[in-house]
Ligand binder design. Structure first.
Ligand code: ADP
Length: 378
């Protein structure tokens, strides 16, 4: 039985301070939704509202279509995993995993079967008789996940479950959580993180939060390709956010006209042009070349030039960072810094060198004005 989650205008305040502001979000049954945002943006508060540990000042929380806003945590059918494992140090692994079942007065045989099943699901079968202190951080977190799963929750809440682990363990556990989701396709997961890699790797959809509000929500690919706000663009991947003016056929950056899709933006209006650094290339871009099927030896055919839809930016190299596979170039274009991540650069251009960059119209996204934040982050 799959169970979805719905936030319906949920507002939470501490001492009159609103930390979650009329939050609306639907998590489909069996879906993994990541709540992604900077520290203090209200992610944990949203999770705790589902768990029943905070009481909204307004709005409703629904689980499986039922309004649970007034229900105590243990009656919501949820499992929860937090950052600091929170295992009972004096109980062995199997007793830790059985804890929620005992509290629910589950019969002994069934408890044993469910503990075995949860340990199996998390790869911890061989550790049932150990105490938590004899386990690594990653193993302790697996036990915490097993404990949450033992009650067979419809909803699994995960609050920064990997942030106490070192980088190597984190990526291993990330792969395990992805496997767990494949093994348990009916369990709806809400996953709080400030780490975009975790969110993009694991989640079916990502809800981007900032300052108590939901800013954006979509599949990782949608958010990356078509962010709706500058905040999303720079929080999910890197972004150039350039202040431009909408023209009849595109936008104007300084004194350069660019051909980009403008949707229904009105000519003359200010806007923000979002360009991903790895989609900005060196030089004038691909030549239009002869038409396919024409004989390359004949002199006729279109004149060599830049392919339609390719925009050219001329500027001056301001900084160069070597990043292994790529060079990150900071280029000043019409008074704005444009970041380009360029592969296979044979010669590193010196600061002050005049340089030409290009990008495809289809790779540019126009965002509301006022979101320009200058250079990419990360
Ligand atoms: P996140 O999970 O995104 O880091 P939180 O939901 O934990 O953010 O916190 C959002 C805001 O609410 C923060 O400013 C935090 O200081 C505040 N806050 C969280 N819990 C409490 C509390 N129990 N009492 C007062 N303020 C709190």
């Amino acid at each position: 039985m799959s169970t979805g989650i719905r936030f319906d205008g949920v507002t939470v305040a501490y001492d009159g301070n609103v930390v979650l502001d009329t939050f609306d979000l639907t998590v489909e049954p069996g879906e993994v939704m990541a709540l992604l945002g900077p520290s203090g943006s209200g992610k944990t508060t949203a999770l705790r509202a589902v768990a029943g540990f905070v009481r909204p000042a307004a709005g409703r929380v629904l689980i499986g279509g039922d309004d649970v806003t007034g229900l105590p945590p243990h009656r919501r059918g949820i499992g929860m995993v937090v950052q600091q494992y929170a295992l009972f140090p004096h109980l062995r692994v199997d007793a830790n995993v059985a804890f929620g079942l005992k509290a629910r007065r589950t019969p002994r045989d069934e408890t044993a079967a469910r503990v075995a099943e949860a340990l199996e699901a998390t790869g911890m079968t061989g550790y049932a008789k150990r105490y938590p202190r004899a386990l690594s951080g990653g193993q302790q977190q697996r036990v915490a996940i097993a404990r949450a799963l033992a009650i067979r929750p419809g909803v699994l809440l995960l609050d920064e479950p990997l942030s106490a682990l070192d980088a190597r363990l984190r990526s291993g556990m990330l792969a395990e959580l992805a496997r767990l989701h494949r093994d348990l396709p009916d369990v709806t997961m809400l996953y709080v993180t400030h780490d975009q890699t975790e969110a993009l790797t694991l989640a079916d959809r990502v809800a981007v939060m900032d300052r108590a509000r939901l800013r954006d929500c979509g599949t990782p690919r949608e958010l990356y390709r078509r962010p709706r706000t500058g905040f999303t663009a720079s929080f999910v991947g890197d972004a150039n956010l350039l202040p431009v003016t909408v023209t009849g056929r595109g936008v104007r950056l300084g004194d350069t006209d660019l051909e980009v899709p403008t949707g229904d933006a009105a000519a003359g209006a200010p806007a923000t042009l979002c360009l991903r650094p790895h989609l900005v290339g060196l030089g004038e871009g691909p030549p239009s070349g002869p038409n396919p099927g024409t004989n390359p030896r004949t002199e006729s055919g279109p004149k060599p030039g830049t392919k339609p839809g390719t925009n050219v930016l001329r500027g001056t190299v301001a900084e160069v960072q070597w990043r292994g596979v790529t060079h990150r170039l900071g280029v000043d274009v019409a008074g704005h810094r444009v970041i380009a991540d360029v592969r296979e650069l044979r010669e590193t251009p010196a600061p002050g060198t005049a340089i030409t960059l290009h990008f495809a119209a289809a790779d540019a996204v126009l965002l509301p004005a006022g979101e320009a934040g200058g250079a990419a982050h990360g």
